[in-house]
Ligand binder design. Structure first.
Ligand SMILES: Nc1nc2c(ncn2[C@@H]2O[C@H](COP(=O)(O)OP(=O)(O)O)[C@@H](O)[C@H]2O)c(=O)[nH]1
Ligand SMILES: [Mg+2]
Length: 645
């Protein structure tokens, strides 16, 4: 691998071949000094090399780039985890990005503390594919270790795996191991080449004067020359200037693959552990998640790193580490402070067990996550957890935690759009995409997606808000869209527009009430009509004989049927189809007319009541019918029985 050369050549896509052969990536795991690196070297003929303290600045030769060309022409690359004090974290970072492991135990040392710790990590991450290799078989009879390790591994998520004895020194068992690896590689999933890119940074360094180079694993998706990616957490944009994989420059690379990327736009000094290179818009940068902890049982509750672990190979060990304090049907325990490992990021997180196996984790520096991601929690032991929500709502109300947990418990490990919408009510399609979900229902407005139940509820609340507004003093003809948006706490006005449906109607920036379709023949006064009636009564209180005109009635959504219903309910006084007054207007008119010299003309009556002919004539006819007034042959009238009140 010569990154400097690759850079000197510069990106020249035409001269580069895209890797046609497939690649798979697996990680090594197992106690330090048990022969992992020697095994990878014996298999591949390459020194795996790793990032360690010896190479803080320059590129370590062959960093993590050791691979085997399989008989099929496909390649199997190894992430050979270095051995130092943060070994478990390194194993977790590596294993968290690959679908399979090569689990190594030395024949002459047997099962050791780190064997347990690594197996616990593998188990917590739910890795189900791999091989068990007993190395240094030239130094001791591998039989007993094979038997014991097989049992322990079988009790983990790996289950029954092929187990082989090898010697990196004599070459014994290596051909069989190569065949086993070929079979394993053939069974590994081929991820989506269109999946969003996230590469956790293994190492970064400067190469000559050609810029910044980083290494990492591309688990899925495709990186192409010229791609613009972002560095978390700053989301600083960087451009992919060169790509190397399997020691060759390539124009594009699809995961799974080990990758060495030349980047423009960032100095290697600004890149560090826990950062990732991501496709913009496809990941949620978060510092708070809700997770479901893996069920605690004998297997997974064990293996406290640095904790008690069986030394040696004493037969009959109960589990990988033999320490299983929690679980077995009991309530899961979780310390308030845990170490959270998500991909290549590792940080101290505050943990709050909400209920059951649901917990909320918060930490300082945001990292790119998707729902469905597997993470590791380490407190006294190692626990796997699946991320259910990467943008969880705050838990401020009393009991919010418990009710959130009750909902989240029922979610699948790979949450769907419907699950997240049920919780969030409304989400932008782009936000959902950044959560890792690309399939979603039809938007309700723009790119807004809504939970159907929440949406129906909003529609009801909007109708209530408009009704309340038109019934208020002073009465308003309707509610402005902005006021409605604020009342419903919605993020955008266009959501309000999408909610307007009968009995609501939009006109001139206002949301008005109209009556529900009366074809169904309901004779009850709707809430909408009742609100409109309150508006009318407010008008009439100031001018008792100023009956609203047809236009005003229409705007308020009061049709004949509604007016009839309001009249029967005693809310309005229906004088004619066109004339509507407040109850008691007839008595008031009677008193006013009784004060006039008798008999009186229609014009005198109109003037006394300070109204228009449009109202006065039907009102007088109404009073005639009610027996309050009597119409004389000369068209004048007199009051015959002044109404009481
Ligand atoms: N005799 C013998 N020595 C081995 C074998 N595999 C590894 N070693 C030696 O064991 C030591 C540890 O090996 P190494 O690969 O560094 O272990 P790692 O820490 O698991 O990567 C080194 O001195 C190796 O040379 C083997 O199969 N036979
Ligand atoms: Mg090693």
């Amino acid at each position: 691998m010569l990154p400097a050369q690759a850079h000197a050549a510069g990106p020249n896509p035409a001269s580069m071949v895209t890797l046609v052969a497939g690649m798979q990536v697996i990680a090594t795991a197992g106690h330090t000094g048990h022969g992992k690196s020697a095994l990878v070297q014996a298999l591949t003929g390459m020194v795996p090399g790793h990032l360690d303290e010896e190479h803080p600045r320059g590129p370590p030769a062959g960093l993590g780039h050791a691979w085997l060309t399989l008989p099929s022409g496909d390649h199997l690359a190894f992430i050979d985890v270095p051995g130092h004090e943060r070994f478990v974290a390194a194993v977790a970072a590596a294993v968290g990005q690959v679908p399979a492991v090569l689990f190594v135990v030395a024949a002459d040392h047997g099962w050791q503390a780190q064997s347990s710790e690594h197996l616990a990590v593998i188990d917590a991450l739910g890795i189900s594919r791999g091989l068990l290799v007993v190395t240094r078989a030239d130094l001791a009879d591998p039989g007993p270790v094979l038997a014991e390790a097989s049992d322990l591994v079988a009790a983990s998520s790996l289950g029954q795996v092929e187990a082989l004895a090898v010697s990196a020194v004599t070459g014994r068992g290596l051909p069989a191991l190569a065949s086993a690896l070929t079979r394993l590689a053939g069974r590994l999933p081929v991820p989506d080449a269109g999946a969003p890119v996230r590469i956790w940074l293994d190492a970064a360094f400067a190469v000559a004067d050609s810029g910044t180079v980083m290494t990492g694993t591309l688990p899925a998706g495709t990186v192409r020359l010229g791609d613009e990616l972002a560095v978390t957490p700053s989301m600083r944009p960087v451009r992919v200037q060169s790509i190397q994989s399997l020691g060759e420059p390539v124009a594009e690379l699809a995961g799974p693959a080990r990758a060495l990327l030349g980047l423009r736009g960032v100095s290697h000094e600004r890149l560090g552990p826990g950062m990732a290179l991501v496709q913009p818009g496809r990941w949620t940068l978060t510092d708070v998640i809700d997770v479901r902890l893996a069920a605690t049982d004998e297997r997974t509750s064990s293996a406290a790193p640095g904790g008690t672990a069986p030394g040696g190979t004493a037969p009959g060990d109960a589990g990988p580490a033999g320490t299983a304090p929690a679980g077995r049907g009991g309530a899961p325990r979780l310390l308030r402070t845990v170490t959270l490992q998500a991909g290549g990021a590792r940080m101290v997180a505050r943990a709050r067990l909400l209920n059951g196996r649901i917990a909320r984790l918060t930490w300082r520096e945001p990292i790119p996550l998707h729902v469905g991601d597997r993470v590791l929690l380490r407190d006294q032991g190692v626990r796997g957890a699946v991320v259910l929500d990467v943008a969880p709502p705050p838990l401020s109300r009393r009991g919010a935690g418990a009710s959130a947990a009750a909902d989240l418990e029922s979610w699948p490990d790979l949450p769907l759009a419907s699950d997240l919408l049920r919780r969030h009510g409304l989400l932008r399609a782009s936000a959902l995409l950044a959560m890792g979900i690309s399939e979603h229902p039809e938007p309700v407005a723009g790119e807004w997606l809504a939970d159907p139940g929440y949406w129906a509820d909003l529609a009801g609340r909007l109708a209530e808000a408009v009704t309340a507004a038109v019934g208020r003093e002073p009465p308003a003809p309707g509610l402005t869209v902005e006021a409605a948006r604020a009342a419903l706490g919605l993020p955008e006005r266009r959501l309000v527009d999408a909610l307007v449906r009968p009995p609501l109607r939009r006109r001139d920036g206002l949301i008005l009430l109209t009556l529900p379709d009366t074809a169904g023949g309901t004779r009850e006064l709707s809430a909408a009509a009742a609100a409109a009636v309150r508006v009318l009564l407010a008008d009439l209180a100031a001018a008792p004989f100023a009956s609203p005109d047809a236009d005003r009635l229409r705007r308020l959504g009061l049709d004949l049927q509604a007016i009839g219903a309001a009249d029967r309910a005693g809310l309005l006084l229906r004088i004619s189809d066109q004339i509507v007054l407040a109850p008691g207007a007839d008595a008031l008119a009677g008193r006013i007319l009784a004060g006039l010299p008798q008999p009186f003309t229609a014009a005198e009556a109109r003037q006394a009541m300070r109204t228009t002919r449009r109202v006065a004539i039907p009102l007088l006819e109404f009073l005639d019918r009610a027996g309050v007034t009597q119409r004389l042959p000369d068209d004048r009238r007199r009051v015959v029985s002044p109404p009481a009140g």
